[in-house]
Design a protein around this ligand. Structure first.
Ligand code: NAD
Length: 247
């Protein structure tokens, strides 16, 4: 297995355009904590209390108290060098699309056009009772006045349109992600522990269909043995260097 930037650049050049799969690790350099590292969110908060659909149905106000903390970090964050490098590689035709587990919208804000959000996004929140949908701006405005935003139509507490534990992933996004993974000459996974299914299974889809897999992540993943290239490094620095190497 290759562990060099030159090896990664050669693989992308040979098998372009790449499909990129990103996780929380690409956004830590923007100041958003990931879930599973030592400084991650689940060290401080019990996911069963704050991030399941059952917890939301039981006590939506308590879940919003947790989410408002995250919202203030998420809405203040700016794209970093890693997001910008991927947007540039897409403009140059070397990246086809990004499949992201992130809900922060930073890829789109960096200029990436084809972004498949498999875990939803904070851009909207919806009413589970009547289906009304509110924008992020409206939610942020109501969080200044109240602990939990209420539906303007029926008064129920809105739910952020992020996939909570216990909920199904949006089927259209998952279908597209699987299709992209199967057709990819190379799938590049960045900043993900690759422990959450079905997303982690995308790497196997690529390899079974004859494609190659590359991983850029700080720390080991269960799929390292499958990767042709594996770089243990910072996402921002590595992707910026990759874009420069491919220039
Ligand atoms: P994860 O926390 O399980 O794994 C993140 C991985 O990235 C870890 O292996 C960590 O060592 C690595 N990492 C952290 N910073 C890095 C950096 N700068 N460069 C390279 N690697 C780095 O995250 P995941 O695999 O995305 O887990 C999936 C869940 O996390 C998803 O459900 C996603 O919605 C959620 N999540 C999203 C955000 C966000 O939108 N920014 C933030 C936290 C969690």
């Amino acid at each position: 297995m290759d562990g060099t930037l030159r090896g990664l650049a050669a693989l992308v050049r040979e098998r372009q355009p790449a499909v990129v799969l990103t996780g929380a690790g690409i956004s830590t350099e923007s100041g958003i904590p990931d879930f599973r590292s030592a400084a991650g969110l689940w060290v401080q908060y019990d996911p069963m209390e704050f991030a399941t659909i059952q917890a939301f149905r039981r006590d939506p106000v308590k879940v919003w108290e947790f989410y408002s903390l995250r919202f203030s970090v998420l809405t203040a964050a700016e794209p970093n060098a890693g997001h910008r490098a991927l947007a540039e590689l897409e403009r140059r035709g070397l990246v086809q699309a990004i499949v992201t587990q992130n809900i922060d919208g930073l890829h789109q804000r960096a200029g990436s056009e084809d972004v498949v959000e498999v875990h939803g996004s904070i851009r909207t929140a919806s009413c589970l009772e009547c289906g009304e949908r509110e924008s992020l701006e409206e939610i942020v405005a109501s969080l200044r006045e109240t602990a939990a935003p209420a539906c303007p139509r029926c008064g129920a507490i809105l739910k952020p349109d992020v996939v909570m534990f216990g909920e199904l992933l949006p089927p259209a996004a998952v279908d597209r992600a699987v299709e992209l993974a199967r057709e990819a000459g190379v799938l590049l996974a960045v900043g993900s522990s690759l422990e959450v299914y079905p997303v982690a299974g995308l790497l196997e889809e690529t390899v079974s269909a004859g494609g190659a897999v590359a991983i850029v992540n700080r720390g080991a993943t269960p799929f390292d043995g499958l990767a042709s290239v594996r770089i243990d490094g910072q996402a921002g620095e590595t992707l910026a260097a990759l874009a420069a190497e491919l220039d």
